[in-house]
Write a protein that binds this ligand. Structure first.
Ligand code: GTP
Ligand code: MG
Length: 198
């Protein structure tokens, strides 16, 4: 259960992130995949994280305090081709610095647009998490835009693709819609179950 959620701080570098040892859950994925919208859906607050129809909205590391005891972290998206090269490099550095150094990070939710076939940039990111032994889960976003059949086809295709990549097991997977609220409860319960075992 989430009973309180508040914005704490935006950081332009992992070294500026809050020092508390709260357990931290990060949301990452391509620009425009719905990271900020999902955080708002989970916390029932449409204004908590800034969202936009135009990719590249979130540019910093944003910490939100949940139930005064743990963090949700909204990260900038990767893979936004229209940013100038320097901007893209800065975001890449920020994201990689965060995953390299952030000790409080307990689990990462990698968001994947449920409408698309597996994309190299997402697979590379997932592989990077695996190589560095970061715990992660996959969240298929914008599920409201798919029919039942498309949903089943796309998800099973994604699972087979991961297995072909040499993953021995499939990470936890969630289907979500920030629009209908589908998947919220499962994600919140998943976090709660991890928190209760820390
Ligand atoms: P960046 O901060 O730019 O990396 O993007 P983001 O991943 O935070 O995406 P954001 O939450 O800003 O959402 C991008 C667009 O997708 C917005 O127009 C949202 O309204 C829309 N969107 C996000 N989630 C959903 C969803 O589950 N269903 C539908 N239909 N639209 C969604
Ligand atoms: Mg965002």
């Amino acid at each position: 259960m989430i009973h309180s959620a508040r914005f704490l701080v935006s950081s332009s570098d992992v070294d500026q992130c809050p020092k508390y040892s709260f357990a931290e859950y990060a949301f990452i994925g391509r620009s425009n995949v719905g990271k900020s919208s999902l955080i708002n859906a989970l916390t029932n607050n449409k204004k908590l994280a800034k969202t936009s129809g135009t990719p590249g909205k979130t540019k910093l590391i944003n910490h939100f305090v949940i139930n005064e005891s743990w963090f949700l972290v909204d990260l900038p998206g990767y893979g936004y081709a229209k940013l100038p090269k320097q901007g893209r490099n800065e975001i890449k550095k920020l994201i990689h610095g965060y995953f390299e150094k952030r000790k409080q990070l307990i689990n990462t939710f990698v968001l994947i647009d449920s409408r698309h076939k597996p994309q190299k940039i997402d697979i590379n990111f997932i592989n990077m998490l695996g190589v560095n032994q970061h715990a992660f889960s996959i969240v298929f976003t914008k599920i409201d835009k798919l029919s039942e059949k498309q949903r089943r086809d796309n998800l099973s295709h994604y699972q087979s693709h991961l297995l072909e990549q040499g993953w021995e097991s499939i990470p936890p997977m969630f289907e979500s819609s920030a629009k209908t609220g589908e998947g919220k409860e499962e994600i919140i319960n998943y976090i709660a179950s991890i928190n209760s075992n820390l």
